[in-house]
Design a protein around this ligand. Structure first.
Ligand code: SF4
Length: 250
């Protein structure tokens, strides 16, 4: 393990890798689809309900070169020559993956064009920097963001998220994790004030994790959405239903 103060990756050359595995995508519009996950270490935020703190602090990561990571992804993908087999969805998550955007861009260049890359970002990193690294893949939809907007219950402050929302495209998704009614009202307020082209808007109830012992009842959130006829998608974390109590590798 490395001390937190010294943690930095060689940009474009290596990853600070927390874990890399195959699982069923538990969130977003791609829910249920077999997916390769690359969880990168370190984050710019500290959300109260974070369920991936092992990828945020503690020094539990390995340094892995971009080429070695590409090889590992291809090994996990299986037979990509066959239309009937192989995993073609890849999720870059963390931590905050865009802190290692240069290395992600190098990996995307080296991976087959048939892979679709979802990047789960916290909303507080300017996405235009990464857009400029992979302009063609962003235009084609081969690289798509699932972008959080941090609500007050997270203990974080949405700041760069507003400008980022205006940069999103139709194939991107916006996610609000909601701890209570105040967060729900906040999310509605953001959507009414900011223009975004992202078609999918996800409202996800917070679940107990890290500093939060009580999450938001999904039934209550469903009733708020239905009462107000809100055109959003209620999102539950399917991987936690399949593998309750597991924190890693799901
Ligand atoms: S942004 Fe994500 S990984 Fe970082 S602290 Fe918040 S929930 Fe955890």
């Amino acid at each position: 393990m490395e001390a937190q103060a010294t943690v930095a990756s060689r940009k474009g050359k290596e990853f600070l890798l927390s874990e890399c595995y195959v699982s069923v995508q538990g969130e977003s519009s791609l829910v249920g689809i077999p997916t390769i996950f690359v969880r990168l270490y370190t984050c710019n935020l500290r959300c109260r309900w974070c369920d991936s703190m092992h990828a945020v602090e503690g020094g539990d990561f390995t340094r892995m070169g971009v080429d070695a990571t590409v090889k590992k992804i291809l090994d996990l993908a299986g037979d990509l020559q066959s239309d009937a087999r192989g995993i073609r969805n890849l999720c870059w998550t963390g931590g905050e993956p865009l802190l290692q955007g240069e290395s992600i861009a190098r990996a995307i260049e080296r991976l087959p064009e048939t892979l679709v890359h979802s990047i789960e970002t916290d909303g507080e990193i300017d996405v235009s920097t990464f857009d400029a690294l992979v302009p063609d893949q962003r235009a084609s939809g081969r690289v798509r963001y699932v972008m959080d907007v941090k609500c007050p219950g997270s203990g974080m402050v949405a700041n760069k998220a507003y400008a980022n929302l205006e940069r999103l495209r139709e194939h991107d998704e916006v996610k609000f994790v909601l701890l209570d009614r105040a967060d729900y009202e906040f999310a509605k307020g953001v959507l009414s004030k900011v223009d975004t082209r992202a078609r999918a808007v996800l409202f996800s109830p917070a679940t107990p994790a890290h500093q939060v012992s009580r999450g938001l009842d999904p039934g209550l959130l469903a009733s708020w959405i239905l009462d107000e006829r809100l055109p959003v998608r209620l999102q539950l974390q399917v991987h936690k239903v399949i593998w309750p109590g597991r924190e890693r590798g799901i």
